[in-house]
Write a protein that binds this ligand. Structure first.
Ligand SMILES: Nc1nc2c(ncn2[C@@H]2O[C@H](COP(=O)(O)OP(=O)(O)OP(=O)(O)O)[C@@H](O)[C@H]2O)c(=O)[nH]1
Ligand SMILES: [Mg+2]
Length: 163
């Protein structure tokens, strides 16, 4: 199989669920079942975590998580040959939502992301504290992001915890 490069960068504030989402994708790849058991006992990522996921028999995608603690370096990683960005949001964390949105908009405006796909994952929808989709979209100003990214932006709801 060919080398999976360049990577998709996986960003989002600390605790948003990047590592668990990647673990879930790895579990899906191994078993073919979304509900396969995945150990939810994750620890904060220090530095960069790389997961290689097979899309099919011929293609791999390399997912490069840059931990939330490395936020100041996110733009550097986006600029470094990323093929796209997966941005994970904790949809149950009203405290960090605005900060997460500000970082997201900053990244979306980087020339290095021009023409590249962006996946915005509203994670933790299983949480009893999950915020209303409309409130998240308003705080994130999805309309403004769409104006910049157009059809390159995909927004999904997810639960890395539940599958
Ligand atoms: N309820 C619920 N908990 C989740 C979900 N996804 C992640 N978690 C929990 O949230 C916490 C943080 O998850 P991580 O995957 O480590 O978050 P991260 O974005 O990788 O964080 P950093 O590596 O620190 O940047 C862990 O306790 C996870 O079990 C989810 O979909 N639902
Ligand atoms: Mg992590």
């Amino acid at each position: 199989m060919a080398d999976p490069s360049p990577p998709v960068v996986v960003l989002g504030v600390g605790g948003a669920g990047k590592s668990l989402a990647l673990r879930r994708l790895m579990g899906l790849q191994k078993s073919g079942r979304v509900e396969a058991h995945v150990d939810a006992d994750v620890v904060p990522s220090v530095g960069v975590d790389i997961s290689t996921i097979a899309i099919d028999k011929k293609r791999n995608v390399c997912m490069k998580e840059i931990g939330g603690a490395m936020m100041p370096l996110w733009p550097t990683y986006v600029a470094n040959q990323s093929t796209g960005m997966m941005y994970v949001v904790d949809a149950a964390d009203s405290f960090q939502l605005a900060a997460s949105a500000a970082a997201f908009h900053h990244l979306c405006g980087l020339p290095a992301l021009d023409g590249k796909p962006v996946l915005l994952v509203l994670n933790k929808i299983d949480s009893p504290r999950v915020l209303a989709r409309g409130d998240i979209e308003a705080t994130f100003d999805i309309d403004a992001a769409r104006a910049v990214l157009g059809a390159r932006l995909t927004v999904i709801e997810a639960s890395a915890g539940r599958g």
